[in-house]
Design a protein around this ligand. Structure first.
Ligand code: FES
Length: 161
């Protein structure tokens, strides 16, 4: 825990413990640690002289910041209307089926977390999902299977698009 808090302190220091940099600090700590723990949020609140409730509410607002440990691969599927109307429901079902977990869950082996996100600005190629930091568009159930297989390192006949 001390290492994690030292890393958190380092990120806060880079931003001069500036309250205006709260979102950036939260984003960077999340990126380095994989998620934000209560202890990290308490440290950020204390160092920035902000109430913990403020830090928590900002952290929980952003879908790219997680308050819980996530899987090795994190799928974030866009649930907004422009993606939904071009086949999002079928992709949603294909993701749950392929990963064997419902949205909001992490697989028992710790390999996958399946989450939703609001628009990520790629509506022109919807339905869209992010896998880790990669954006995948024009999804359909078959393409979902191929993409997930690629992350699993599997080879499938027919190739990967
Ligand atoms: S609505 Fe899905 S990326 Fe914009």
């Amino acid at each position: 825990m001390e290492d994690v808090l030292a890393t958190t302190d380092g990120i806060i220091d880079v931003h001069g413990a500036d309250q205006e940099a709260l979102v950036e600090i939260l984003r960077e700590v999340n990126e380095v640690s994989g998620h934000l723990s209560r202890e990290q949020m308490q440290r950020i609140a204390s160092r920035l002289s902000l109430p913990l409730s403020k830090v928590y509410s900002v952290a929980s607002f952003y879908s790219l910041i997680s308050l819980e440990p996530l899987g090795k691969h994190v799928v974030r599927f866009c649930q907004d209307a422009p993606c939904h109307v071009v086949g999002g429901q079928q992709v949603w079902e294909a993701l749950e089926h392929e990963l064997g977990i419902p949205f909001g869950a992490t697989s028992l082996d710790g390999e996958w977390s399946l989450l939703t996100t609001s628009c990520i600005g790629a509506c022109a190629v919807g339905p869209v999902m992010m896998v880790d930091s990669d954006i995948h568009g024009n999804l359909d159930p078959q393409k979902v299977r191929e993409i997930i297989a690629r992350y699993r390192g599997e080879e499938r006949s027919g190739g990967i698009v």
